[in-house]
Ligand binder design. Structure first.
Ligand code: GLA
Length: 741
């Protein structure tokens, strides 16, 4: 039977067409009139889909799950539809050009030029893939065209996390153009929605903004191509019914796991419900799909909590450490970086001195930053040399190899900075391969940090980018760490390689990047790599499959970092946050170090400039950090005092056994000099257990005012609280909580 017949249902034909379709699509005729309910359940929640008798697939419920799954069948009956409308507002994947007049999840132009799509439920399956991982796949087909979408829902019940993506395929007689191709399409019902989104810029990352969602569409997107989180990160929260707080309220976190252009539309429809459609940004990206080819979208990741923002973030952290972040359950290396200590101005003997300082300080690794390469156009500032990855002979006459050896002699590891996706026009690479550069052939070049982006759609360029890192490892088998930077956005998007197929540029760029990262990880599976993008311009859960950590911001002023790390921490676990102690800000070294310890600790200071006391403090703090870092890396994070709501910030990291925690407390404002007047309530403890609190990481010569011999019940600490005794002379206090019985 020819399944691709064209036409429309009308009048008397309806029954015979429906029957023909049923046979054609392999449906069980008996089920034509039946409703199919698909509860996609996590530990606490259910996302319930329903195919009605016309086989339209809808989201009928997303919220706390029912004990009796059979009752989901009755959900539709309790929501009365009002008004005269035919749109399927709650479609599980909204097609364009047929009965829906709302924002589509998918828009296509069929091989015959027709622009309508209708997607009907055909079948679904569920597979348990591993303990705590199951995959639901739901097949939708167009009754008229040979076009299908398979909706994927990967569920992690213990973390209440769902990962959604779509696989689009057709067997039409020619190519189909996909004009929009979302990963996921959600539908939420509540009495009002509040969006917490982020914006920023270089050194101003993760500025939160919360607003009530009004009717119409709110879009969070980027068209930057690379460094895509620079102005608008893809992470967001939606509170249902009322704005969620740290510990109360229902809140959904969402983010697209994708490093390229993304787009999330939040549409409050005329029924006052919220449609969320997220995927690759279709901006300048019509995608030509050949018959039989599959288009696989990136994942949209979400978690729903009815216990506020804190719980949602702990769910996501657990999911990330267990299933996504590279080496999420492992540990991390502390380091000394030379960027702010030297910038581009160094030579071998200066670096050898820094290697000795690395040992003296007591961190694990020395990280050589930008400026070590290029000869014809030496990399002495950010205007030249990018792309020429040969050691600069005047700075490093004996190559990186001699530094790696010197590091080993000092019993420290060695890491290096690269920015392999980019090129300065002032470079040999640019001179040799102008066709490898993303640029418009007939237009003036336009630069971002004096540089351009290499065309990763081109497999030869992918080989080159791979070889930049591979060669470093081949020449220096002892190399133990890579900082991978990405400082420019894509202006004048155009690929010489893609010829007339420019609509694929942004998508193929990301595929090229992921190909390179995949190849690197196949060859070097465990080497830690930092994801940097002129700060936090590229942080997402697809890139973090390949990276062990990210650089939140070039802004390392500890006061600013308290706020930034607070916001990042809603979405990413502390083990992934690379925090360096630098000379930014006015706070003393203790304050700077304490803030950097709330993640993966590093230093970017001139060790030899430290006073004896400051150095002794750092050396001791690193030792203490090494002892408690499993709590930061693998513990549950509790935000105790919000720096935006008062003059104090407090964050705790508690182990899963509820027996040990480290608590960081800061005075973030001294306007009235009041310090911690009120006690801070702990969270997550065993109320019946007894605990002690010791102050740690003390500055040499200072005495603590905290009585470490006192014992408190968990109940006391959670209901009444503790007082870190912050004051203008004690602006930063780290406490170690220990269960005593
Ligand atoms: C970017 C990074 C910095 C540093 C410089 C080097 O700005 O964010 O940490 O590596 O590049 O040029």
């Amino acid at each position: 039977m020819n399944c691709s017949r064209k036409g429309r249902f009308s009048g008397r034909q309806t029954l015979s067409v429906a029957l023909a379709l049923a046979l054609c699509l392999g449906w069980n005729i008996g089920s034509l009139h039946a409703q199919t309910v698909i509860p996609i359940t996590t530990g606490s929640n259910a996302l319930v889909l329903e195919a009605n008798k016309e086989k339209d697939l809808s989201v009928i419920y997303f919220g706390k799950k029912l004990v009796n799954e059979q009752e989901y069948k009755m959900v539709s009956s309790v929501y009365r539809q009002t008004g005269d409308y035919s749109e399927q507002l709650n479609a599980a994947y909204t097609p364009a050009g047929s009965r829906n007049m709302v924002e589509p999840a998918i828009t296509v132009v069929h091989a015959d030029g027709n622009r309508s799509l209708d997607l009907r439920y055909v079948t679904h399956e569920q597979k348990q893939q591993a303990d705590n991982v199951s995959l639901y796949v739901i097949t939708l087909k167009d009754p008229v065209y040979d076009f299908e979408v398979k909706l994927h829902y990967k569920v992690y019940p213990r973390q209440d996390v769902i990962e959604q993506w779509s696989v689009i395929r057709h067997t039409e007689k020619g190519n189909v153009v996909l004009e929009k191709f979302a990963s996921a399409n959600l539908y939420l019902k509540a009495q009002g929605f509040w969006l917490n989104q982020y914006h920023g810029d270089w050194a101003k990352e993760m500025q939160p903004e919360e607003t009530r969602i009004t009717h119409g569409i709110k879009t969070i997107d980027t068209k930057l191509g690379t460094r895509t989180n620079l102005f608008l990160p893809s992470v967001f929260m939606v509170s249902l019914g009322k704005p969620a707080t740290e510990d109360e309220g229902t809140v959904l976190y969402g983010t697209l796991a994708y490093s390229g252009n993304f787009r999330t539309d939040l549409e409050l429809d005329f029924q006052d419900n919220l449609r969320i459609i997220s995927g690759i940004n279709n901006y300048a990206s019509p995608y030509t799909l050949k018959p039989g080819e599959e288009f696989v979208t990136p994942s949209f990741i979400h978690t729903l909590s009815d216990k506020g923002k804190g719980q949602a973030s702990r769910q996501l952290h657990d999911w990330a450490r267990n299933y996504r972040l590279l080496d999420g359950k492992g540990t991390r290396l502390t380091l000394l970086n030379n960027w702010e200590a030297t910038y581009f101005d160094f030579n071998e003997s200066k670096l050898k001195e820094l290697l000795r300082d690395t040992k003296k300080l007591g961190v694990d690794l020395f990280l050589l930053d930008d400026g070590w390469f290029a000869n014809k156009y030496p990399r002495n500032d950010d205007k030249a040399g990018l792309g020429d990855w040969q050691e600069n002979k005047s700075k490093l006459p004996n190559g990186v190899v001699s530094l790696v050896k010197e590091a080993a002699k000092n019993d420290v590891k060695f890491g290096i900075w690269v920015e392999p996706e980019m090129v300065n026009p002032k470079s040999e690479l640019y001179e040799k391969h102008p066709d490898w550069v993303v640029r418009q052939p007939a237009r003036n070049e336009h630069y971002f940090r004096n540089q351009l982006v290499l065309d990763l759609t081109n497999p030869t360029v992918q080989d080159f980018v791979f070889s930049v890192v591979d060669d470093l490892f081949k020449k220096n088998p002892g190399l133990a760490y890579i900082k991978w930077d990405c400082n420019a956005v894509i202006y004048n998007a155009h690929s010489a390689y893609l010829g007339k197929n420019q609509g694929h540029f942004y998508i193929e760029y990301m595929r090229g990047l992921y190909n390179v990262l995949k190849r690197l990880r196949e060859k070097y599976p465990t080497v830690p790599m930092m994801l940097c993008s002129g700060g936090g311009g590229r942080v997402d859960y697809e890139a973090l499959r390949y990276f062990t950590e990210y650089w939140p911001s070039d802004n390392t002023d500890p006061l600013e970092r308290i706020f930034m790390q607070w916001e990042y921490s809603y979405f990413y676990p502390a083990i992934a946050s690379a925090n360096h102690v630098t000379d930014w800000g006015k706070q003393p070294i203790k304050f700077r170090t304490d803030v950097a310890m709330m993640g993966k600790l590093g230093f970017d200071i001139v060790v030899s400039h430290l006073s004896a006391k400051d150095l002794a403090f750092c050396q001791n703090a690193i030792k203490e950090y090494n002892a408690f870092k499993p709590l930061i890396y693998q513990g549950d994070q509790f935000r105790l005092a919000d720096p935006r709501k008062g003059s104090v910030a407090s964050v705790a990291y508690l182990n899963k056994e509820q027996s040990e925690a480290v608590i960081f407390n800061y005075m973030v404002s001294s306007r009235y000099g009041e310090g911690s007047v009120y006690p801070i309530r702990l969270k997550g403890l065993d109320p019946a257990a007894m605990y002690s609190l010791q102050e740690i990481c003390l500055y040499p010569g200072t005495k603590t005012s905290i009585d470490g011999s006192k014992q408190y019940s968990g109940e006391f600490l959670m209901k009444i609280g503790f007082n870190p005794e912050l004051s203008t002379s004690r602006t930063s206090v780290v406490l170690k909580l220990q269960k005593v019985k």
